[in-house]
Ligand binder design. Structure first.
Ligand code: SD4
Length: 328
């Protein structure tokens, strides 16, 4: 006997008080259904105005591809763009004239891979994905990362373009390490996506700060700092002076703030304020955060005006000027 029917019969008998009219008017209550889940649209979001990158990611999402493939292929567009002097091939070198690249990637299951200060390989994000998928490790650095890339079939490429070389020669005349807000070396691409299954992934790739010390690594390839994804909650990624993002483990912080109930916008604002709190007397640097939650809501915030981020959903391809902590 079905459980509901059994309960009905037994309560009727046990109580002995149910009158016939009531019994005959009894209606089977329909089984309780799972509450309808809010529809999750595929969406991709990235730092700065990298419209070609979000367009590529959207192309993958629209065809039903995974968020992981979308962010991987999306950021690769910038790695391959020789005109982008802060990501991948054509990136600005360190102070010794060597282009060293950082990248990381994270999937819906919390798997992640990263390469740090890797030379001669044009697509560090692909090597980071190989680290995630083909090794028992999370990070490979320097020569080890490069060697692993060759073993995986990546080609050796000279990443220093003529233009980057000339800019470096010019820089050497003063040799002053002084990042310029929103102008040079602030175009790291961090990208987040949610696919049609509602799963989240993220990727971040950069040549780091121009004319950095040899061996310097910023936030971009550090899981939790430059990028963090928790498929239960959302994801966040950063651009700007990486040392400050590392000090507050910025992207992890933003995801945890969303877990506690903050919107992506509120969480990004709090992330920036934590950095400001550690730099009361010095705010001459830029940081920009973007975030997305499980529902596909997004946010972005930065220290100085001038940061923007791209979103692409089926409703359109949008450039969002970010609000900033300092207003001028
Ligand atoms: C870094 N966060 O290496 C990177 C630089 C950056 O846009 O974001 N540039 O510190």
């Amino acid at each position: 006997m079905k459980r509901r029917k059994f309960l009905r019969n037994s309560s009727t008998v046990a109580a002995g008080i149910v009158s016939a009219p009531i019994l005959s008017s009894y209606k089977e209550v329909p089984a309780v259904k799972e509450p309808a889940k809010a529809p999750i649209l595929p969406i991709t979001i990235c730092t700065w105005n990298f419209g070609n990158a979000t367009a590529k990611a959207w192309e993958i999402l629209e065809k039903g591809g995974t968020a992981l493939d979308a962010v991987h292929q999306g950021v690769m567009v910038e790695e391959n763009d020789l005109n982008n002097s802060t990501v991948g091939n054509g990136g600005r070198p360190d102070r010794d004239g060597n282009v060293t690249l950082d990248a990381c990637i994270m999937d819906k299951d919390g798997n992640c891979g990263a390469v740090l200060a890797m030379q001669n390989i044009a697509n560090p994000i692909s090597v980071a994905r190989k680290v995630m998928e083909e090794t028992p490790h999370v990070m490979l650095a320097g020569k080890g990362a490069e060697q692993f890339a060759y073993e995986q079939g990546f080609e050796k490429t000279d990443l220093l373009t003529e233009e980057s070389k000339q800019a470096w020669e010019e820089w050497k005349k003063t040799s002053q390490y002084k990042p310029i807000i929103n102008i040079e070396n602030h175009d790291t691409i961090g990208m987040l996506a949610i696919d049609a299954d509602g799963d989240i992934a993220g990727a971040c790739t950069t040549s780091g700060m121009a004319y950095k010390m040899a061996g310097r690594v910023g936030d971009s390839p550090i899981i939790g700092a430059g990028l963090f994804v928790d498929n239960e909650v959302g994801g966040a990624t950063a651009t700007g002076v990486g040392e400050e993002v590392v000090r507050t483990v910025g992207s992890f912080l933003i995801v945890e703030l969303m877990r506690q109930g903050k919107s992506p916008q509120e969480a990004c604002e709090e992330g920036v304020k934590r950095i400001i709190a550690k730099n009361k007397d010095k705010q001459d640097f830029q940081i920009g955060f973007i975030a997305i939650n499980k529902k596909g809501e997004t946010g972005g915030y930065c220290i100085h005006p001038g940061f923007s981020y791209r979103t692409y959903t089926k409703e359109g391809h949008v450039i969002n000027p970010s609000d900033s902590y300092l207003k001028s």
